[in-house]
Design a protein around this ligand. Structure first.
Ligand code: BES
Ligand code: MN
Ligand code: ZN
Length: 493
């Protein structure tokens, strides 16, 4: 999709669609006034009749506007000016984009709303427009013959200067949107299409295309690396596990390394602690952490950020085959700790235990892990908020801030030591589950045992990484949550 900036007036600019945003309060801005005049007061009348209120997400399509050079006018409500934030602005724009992208071979002009430029900054608003247009017209119909949404033939943003800063902002937005789409696509792939080896191959191809150094560890190499916890999870399947390591070195030698660690369970049946069907149906998405890491690294590399970032993805399938690990089994993790298995459905933490220990052994400076780790986190925070857990408050604040800056909802959870007591075992150094209560925290306390003193933040994305049903602003399926936050974190590293 080609994006450009233009100074043409919205009345005169040709396109199949013209998209404008209006706020809930105040007068029409200059652009809207000009359009209203050309439309001989039609917008004013609609406003007076309260058919055009500017409420967040309100969508009005006028499919025939002969007085304008564009074929059709789309007006989206941006809500109240004083409440305007980058996330809500993006949601409003993407709502409109998703609606009109249903027709193929269409060109789109978007007016940069003056209120958004003022409240959010011109560049940030442009970046988010390019980002959500890229996300909004991509389709989730992976396995459908007919796609329900199409890219535009061109996207022209009106009302912002054609200078380098603005062009760069649009470029950043497109890269972010593409990275989010990559993550979503991987999350949506069915588990016999995306499994540890195919995921590893896709990662290797992405890395090669970007000049990122990539390494795939197969089951024998994982054995050599003593990754007994990860290997235990993968014993119930014929599909061998993989660990992918992607090294992006934009910061040069001696610069600190940020490790991004992802849980990549390509299907989680629960193992012998089998999940009921209702809980298993979405478990193709249990690799969302790894997909988020891959998405973020592609964006970081395309943006040529001056940082060193290494991605570690632990890829396994959790099944019930004859060799499956059992309840009561004791497995030995890479760092020598023995773990008594009390529930084979608490597999993500076993995978992460070894991958985290591996990253620590590589002497990375800081760690963020991403995992669809616990249903308990969804109970605690709901479906749309990321849970953050950390052993280092300073590092945690930076991760939280990066999320806030891009407006991805996140909440820090406590890490009181007494939660770790629930993990004591009679037969091994620890067991892999605690009691029912505070399950997201005991999972994080379990992981903490494998990061030593390295500043670490664990992000439980079990809720927000996958939308069970579609809404006006997003498809059902993978959401790409935290890709923006991770890229922002790398920018500020
Ligand atoms: N992958 C699941 C967590 C999950 C649940 C992700 C719902 C997305 C939506 C994880 O492996 C799991 O099964 N966790 C168990 C842990 C329990 C056995 C301690 C859970 O949350 O029930
Ligand atoms: Mn599980
Ligand atoms: Zn899982």
């Amino acid at each position: 999709m080609i994006f450009s900036l233009s100074q043409l007036s919205p009345v005169e600019a040709k396109a199949n669609w013209l998209l404008i945003g209006i706020t809930e309060d105040g007068e029409f801005d200059e652009t809207t006034q000009a359009l209203d005049e050309a439309l001989v007061g039609s917008l004013t009348r609609m406003k007076e009749r309260e058919d055009l209120t500017g409420k967040a997400g309100e969508l009005t399509i006028i499919p025939d506007v002969s007085q304008l050079s564009a074929d059709r006018l789309v007006i989206v409500g941006l809500g109240k000016i004083e409440k305007m934030k980058i996330g809500g602005f993006g949601k409003a724009i993407v709502t409109a984009v998703r609606k009109i992208a249903s027709k193929a071979d269409q060109s789109l002009n978007i007016c940069l709303p003056a209120a958004a430029a003022k409240a959010l900054g011109e560049e940030a608003a442009l970046e988010r427009i390019a980002d959500v247009v890229t996300v909004g017209c991509s389709t989730q119909g992976l396995y459908k013959e007919e796609q329900d949404r199409h890219e535009f033939t061109s996207v022209t943003i009106l009302g912002a200067e054609e200078n380098k800063q603005n062009q760069d902002a649009i470029h950043r937005g497109r890269i972010l949107g593409e990275a989010i789409n990559l993550t979503r696509n991987l999350v949506n792939r069915h588990p016999d299409d995306l499994y540890p080896d195919s995921f590893a191959q896709i990662s290797a191809d992405e890395a090669a295309a970007l000049g990122v150094r990539g390494e795939i560890l197969d089951e024998h190499m994982l054995e050599d690396e003593n990754m007994g916890a990860l290997l235990a999870v993968s014993r119930g399947t014929d599909r061998p596990p993989r660990m992918v390591v992607l090294k992006y070195e934009g910061g040069g030698e001696g610069a600190p390394t940020l490790a991004l660690v992802g849980k990549g369970v390509t299907f989680d049946s629960g193992g012998l602690s089998l999940k009921p069907s209702a809980g298993m149906i979405t478990m193709k998405s249990d690799m969302a952490g790894a997909a988020t890491v891959l998405g973020a690294i592609t964006a970081i590399a395309k943006l040529k950020l001056p940082v060193n970032v290494t991605g570690y993805m632990g890829l396994v399938e959790n099944m019930t085959g004859a060799g499956a690990y059992k309840l009561g089994s004791v497995v030995t993790a890479r760092n020598g700790k023995t773990i008594e298995i009390h529930n084979t459905d608490a597999e993500g933490r076993l995978v992460l235990a070894d991958v985290l220990a591996y990253a620590v052994d590589q002497k990375v400076d800081k760690i963020v892990d991403l995992a669809t780790l616990t249903g308990a986190c969804v109970v605690a925070l709901g479906e749309d908020v990321v849970g953050a857990f950390s052993n280092d408050q300073t590092w945690c604040e930076r991760v939280l801030n990066s999320s806030r800056e891009v407006d991805e909802d996140i909440w820090q959870m406590p890490m009181y030591d007494f939660f770790a007591e629930q993990l004591k075992s009679e037969f091994a150094d620890c067991k892999n589950i605690g009691s029912r209560w505070g399950g997201a925290i005991t999972a994080a306390k379990f992981l903490e045992q494998f990061v030593d003193e390295t500043p670490w933040v664990h992000l439980d994305i079990a809720g927000p990484s996958y939308a069970e049903s579609k809404s006006a602003h997003q498809d059902a399926g993978g959401t790409g949550v935290m890709v923006r936050a991770l890229v922002r974190l790398a920018m500020e590293n």
